[in-house]
Design a protein around this ligand. Structure first.
Ligand SMILES: [Zn+2]
Length: 279
């Protein structure tokens, strides 16, 4: 059975504050044609410049994922991309009036609910699926992310390990399906270590952070808010991986393992897979 491409059945809207800059953003997700993929449009800038959600448009990563093409720049796109990939949306135009995506509760829930409400529409075009036919490994110092072929499905393992620090290690493995994504991954929130919080504040970042949208891992081993899952942090890393790896430009089957990896390594793996796919 050949899979079909999907877009949204109607527009969906998400408004809210960005995590790092703390500015309000209004974002509209609009249906798009088969083969169009995912494109961001900065409606607040002259000429409404566009940038495609592809690994070729990712500038060097920081603590979050961005896209940049000419004047079109968007930040913190990993959670909306994760929701779209997790729910199986291939084609969508994302209009935004701000550079930074709203952070919602720090998880992907702020995107999942409106997308499910809008509904999906099957399109009369086969879904392109990238064939991972060899292993990949991105290794940088003590960080690694690997991808290996798997005939069917996407299996992701994340190993969270801060070594000597106060954060207990976590491991989570998930076979990603629409249902498992909604249930096991989408609710997992962003987290930050206490020593990082002060550094962010000094840099003028984290202005949109609240106790509700950011789990702080305290130095005594406790958490600033009750966790939704004992391994919520590792699950959030998988949420980010699903979003970042969608920048390869199409879904793929495979077995992914992330060890201490983040947006930088994710972006490089997405780029390697995209380049090998011939697109
Ligand atoms: Zn994240």
């Amino acid at each position: 059975v050949s899979e079909k491409q999907h877009t949204l059945a109607q527009a969906a809207e998400v408004a809210g504050t960005g995590l790092f800059l703390g500015k309000n953003a209004r974002v509209r997700l609009l249906p798009a044609d088969p083969g169009a993929g995912i494109t961001f449009v900065r409606t607040d800038l002259p000429g409404a410049p566009r940038v495609e959600a592809l690994a070729t448009n990712v500038p060097p990563a920081q603590r979050w994922t961005a896209l940049k093409k000419g004047p079109a720049e968007v930040q913190m796109i990993e959670h909306v991309l994760s929701a779209l990939a997790g729910l199986g949306v291939d084609n969508v135009v994302i209009e935004t009036d701000s550079a930074e995506m709203p952070c919602g509760d720090g998880s992907a829930q702020a995107w999942v609910a409106p997308i499910l409400n809008a509904g999906l529409r099957e399109q009369d075009a086969p879904r392109r699926r990238i064939n991972i036919d060899r292993p990949y490994a991105i290794v940088e110092k003590d960080v690694a992310i690997t991808a290996a072929p798997m005939p069917e499905g996407l299996l992701i393992t994340y190993v969270l390990d801060y070594g000597q620090m106060f954060v207990k290690s976590q491991v989570h493995t998930l076979l990603v399906t629409r249902d498992s994504y909604i249930r096991e991954i989408a609710p997992a929130r962003t987290y930050v270590l206490r020593p990082e919080v002060d550094a962010f504040i000094k840099m003028g970042m984290g202005r949109g952070a609240t106790p509700e949208n950011t789990v702080v891992l305290e130095q005594d081993g406790s958490y600033s808010v009750p966790l939704r899952f004992p391994d919520e942090c590792a699950r959030h890393k998988i949420l980010d991986m699903i979003g970042d790896l969608s920048l390869a430009g199409a879904p793929f089957n495979g077995r992914l393992v992330g060890y201490k990896s983040g947006h930088g390594a994710n972006g490089r793996l997405a780029r390697a897979i995209m380049d090998a796919s011939g697109k």
